[in-house]
Design a protein around this ligand. Structure first.
Ligand code: HEC
Length: 165
């Protein structure tokens, strides 16, 4: 019975156009959270700030890219290009980018920061309590959360610019 369920899952996964890496990460269950080395970034401190303090910071983009690759890419896709298994993270801030009012945009981005932070720290469970996304609160510092968010935001800007051409 277990085998059948596994096969069915795999077939669905493949039909969604999964990359090899994603299939492998899921098959081996290697989605253990890994700490992110943020020593090259300005520390933010223990007290959580309301909005991403690294927005637009190139160093944070690089640190976040590394953190993303080792923690999130297996499900959310390499380079944050969703393969359809987990939600497309590039949609989170997409609407904020088009806003002409800077104040409105800042508040929109701040809302996405809060949402991103909560989910990253707590993970996601099904209604019967099964984790579909691990919680990162045991290994991610505040700096790690904001660096990864800076990276996905930068990728969103990059993709939007491509489409505008
Ligand atoms: C084991 C697979 C897996 C891993 C690893 C994973 N996620 Fe997720 N993530 C999911 C799934 C599945 C959902 C959707 C859950 C739901 O809707 O109930 C999700 C949802 C999210 C959401 C909400 C997206 C939305 O559009 O509402 C965010 C933000 C997120 N993940 C960020 C991350 C970050 C950041 C990492 C890495 C630090 C990560 N995830 C690692 C599977 C994963």
């Amino acid at each position: 019975m277990k085998k059948i369920i596994k096969r069915a899952g795999l077939a669905v996964g493949l039909s969604l156009g999964l990359g090899l890496l994603v299939a492998e990460a899921l098959a081996h269950g290697d989605v253990t959270p890994h700490a992110v080395d943020t020593s090259s970034l300005q520390p933010v401190g223990k007290e959580w700030v309301a909005a991403n303090p690294y927005r637009g910071n190139e160093k944070a983009v690089a640190v976040g890219a590394d953190g993303y690759l080792h923690n999130c890419a297996g499900c959310h896709g390499l380079n944050a290009n969703s393969g359809g298994v987990a939600p497309d993270l590039l949609l989170l801030t997409k609407d904020c980018l088009g806003m002409t009012s800077k104040d409105q945009q800042a508040s929109c981005l701040k809302d996405t920061d809060e949402y991103f932070k909560e989910i990253t720290l707590n993970g996601k469970k099904t209604s019967d309590g099964r984790y579909v996304m691990p919680a990162y609160s045991s290994v991610f510092t505040q700096e790690a959360v904001w660096a990864v968010k800076t990276y996905t935001d930068a990728r969103t800007v990059e993709e939007n610019a491509k489409k505008a051409k």
